[in-house]
Design a protein around this ligand. Structure first.
Ligand SMILES: Cc1cc2nc3c(=O)[nH]c(=O)nc-3n(C[C@H](O)[C@H](O)[C@H](O)COP(=O)(O)O)c2cc1C
Length: 198
């Protein structure tokens, strides 16, 4: 069974509404490891060897985070800077991540309509997430379309958040069970609609 690692990065979890619900919806899944980076490394002193071993141990890596300044919170960037070393993740001797899957699962304050060419944020989510896409490419990983929950501040507490929870859980189950069509999952603006809203 493919093993899924969720690298969760939220610098203010106590204030989180949406990521709290999403992470709560998947925490009990067998074959899914949730690793809370801000809890593990409040001082940003990342244990590189331990993190590399954790990556090797899993087949699919999900970067779950609120969208901050059109990217991820700082500790996730620090993680990538330190853990994806030359000779480990990339380079002629760096094959540890070959063939694994990488995906962002993110929540935005902005509405979906704002993330369009010509819209308020001028770029699509796929365009803004290009550094992650290219990082995966350099590490010979398969980068999937992101799971995105837009308009996080306006989502109503019941129907919409419940639906996002169900979709995220169904997605991680499909990743874990290998039932996701990886060809289709790499395309499109969001992966959300590829899974049944169970
Ligand atoms: C420092 C900071 C930067 C943010 N940058 C963006 C941004 O670039 N685009 C956006 O749509 N929302 C942005 N937001 C809003 C967050 O994405 C939103 O509050 C979050 O996704 C809600 O999830 P949560 O309830 O788990 O905290 C930002 C919020 C903060 C605090």
């Amino acid at each position: 069974m493919p093993r899924v690692l969720v690298l969760f990065a939220h610098p203010a979890f106590e204030k989180s509404r949406v990521n709290r619900r999403l992470v709560g919806a998947i925490a009990d899944l067998d074959g899914v490891t949730v690793h809370d980076l801000y809890e593990a490394y409040p001082d940003f002193r990342i244990d590189v060897a331990a993190e590399q071993a954790r990556l090797v141990d899993h087949d699919a890596i999900v970067l779950q985070h609120p969208f901050y300044w059109y990217s991820a919170p700082a500790l996730l960037k620090e993680y990538l800077d330190l853990v994806l070393e030359h000779g480990f993740a990339y380079g002629s001797q760096g094959h540890a991540l070959d063939g694994k899957v990488l995906m962002n699962a993110t929540t935005t304050g902005g509405a979906e309509v704002a993330y369009q060419v010509g819209g308020r944020n001028r770029f699509t989510m796929r365009q803004l997430l290009a550094p992650f896409d290219q990082t995966a490419f350099l590490c010979r990983m398969t980068y999937l379309a992101p799971f995105v929950v837009h308009g996080a501040l306006r989502l109503d507490g019941h129907g919409e958040l419940d639906a996002a929870e169900r979709q995220y859980r169904a997605l991680l189950v499909a990743l874990r069970d290998g039932t996701l069509d990886l060809g289709r999952a790499t395309e499109g603006s969001r992966i959300n609609d590829l899974v049944e809203d169970a």
